[in-house]
Design a protein around this ligand. Structure first.
Ligand SMILES: NC(=O)c1ccc[n+]([C@@H]2O[C@H](COP(=O)([O-])OP(=O)(O)OC[C@H]3O[C@@H](n4cnc5c(N)ncnc54)[C@H](OP(=O)(O)O)[C@@H]3O)[C@@H](O)[C@H]2O)c1
Length: 263
């Protein structure tokens, strides 16, 4: 008689987020709205933030267990206040997804100091505050947690053809902040990682890249896979880095870019 084999646990269960409170910024459109649906489907309680609160509330109404919070991350202290509002509403933050971002394709000699500061405020200052407050909540309460930052190919390389110096500075900064905080918090139970997407259709990219034949042809010819990303092609990276599936992974940049940064 063959010995009884132990039942094999479902290997996909480590990607689940049941019982976790996830805070995600920039959920009124684009990647963030998609991420909120994916995190909801994976079992999380999802706290969603943006300025266009009516859109966020409509999305919350479609999800299982979701909350909408108005937040303008360009304002001083906004990241700190959003983290505190989330903890007040849901008791804690287990996973933070820093997704909100702005771009502005001005020529560099036309970028004012205010333009530069506005991009840094939303893309770097607010994510820093959110990470600091999330880690404080996790460490003070002796839990573990994960932070997923949404960087860009501009986190890893320059682009040049599309001029956005403030964006490049903010996304490069976000990736090295990811590495620094990952190292600082590695023994404290907080993992910090960064997804670096290539081109995905959204309000940010539609006009210049997906609806413009020249922009689209340039993007497709420059991308080794010859196309932009489909809406669901960030789901796997997000679930991996947000869940226990990546429990021994911290401080990484994960490009999801059709090969843009490998050449
Ligand atoms: N699409 C791509 O190809 C691509 C590639 C690489 C990286 N990314 C990154 O992915 C993230 C999402 O971009 P997306 O493509 O989905 O663009 P999107 O559709 O324009 O979404 C940007 C989100 O950020 C929020 N946001 C902007 N300014 C804000 C502010 N001051 N306060 C609070 N929220 C603010 C917007 O909400 P409100 O306007 O309602 O506030 C919106 O929900 C960004 O970090 C972007 O840099 C995108």
């Amino acid at each position: 008689m063959l010995p009884m084999m132990a039942a094999q646990p479902d290997p996909t269960s480590i990607f689940r987020l049941d019982g976790k409170v996830v805070l995600i910024t920039g959920t009124s459109s684009g990647l963030g709205a998609r991420f909120a649906r994916v995190l909801d489907a994976a079992g999380a309680t999802v706290v969603m933030a943006a300025r266009r609160i009516e859109r966020v509330e409509a999305l919350a109404g479609e999800l299982r267990d979701a909350y909408a919070i108005h937040s303008d991350l360009s304002q001083p202290n906004a990241g700190t206040e959003l983290a505190h509002a989330t903890i007040e509403r849901c008791g804690r933050i287990d996973v933070l997804v820093n997704n909100a971002g702005v771009s502005n394709t001005l020529k560099t000699n036309e970028v004012t100091n205010d333009d530069f500061a506005r991009t840094i405020a939303v893309n770097l200052q607010a994510p820093f505050e959110l990470m600091r407050e999330t880690a404080r909540d996790i460490v003070d309460n002796r839990r573990t947690g994960a932070i997923v930052n949404i960087g860009s190919i501009w986190s890893m390389v320059g682009v040049g053809m599309i001029t956005d110096a403030p964006y490049a500075a903010s996304k490069g900064g976000l990736l090295n902040l990811t590495r620094e905080l990952a190292a600082q918090w590695a023994r404290k139970g907080v993992r910090v990682n960064c997804i670096c997407p290539g081109w995905f259709e959204s309000e940010l990219t539609r006009d210049a890249m997906f609806d413009d034949p020249n922009g689209k042809a340039w993007m497709e010819s420059r991308t080794p896979m010859g196309r932009g990303g489909a809406a669901d092609e960030l789901d796997g990276a997000l679930l991996f880095l947000a869940s226990e599936a990546s429990s021994f992974v911290t401080g990484i940049a994960l490009p999801v870019d059709g090969g843009w940064t490998c050449v």
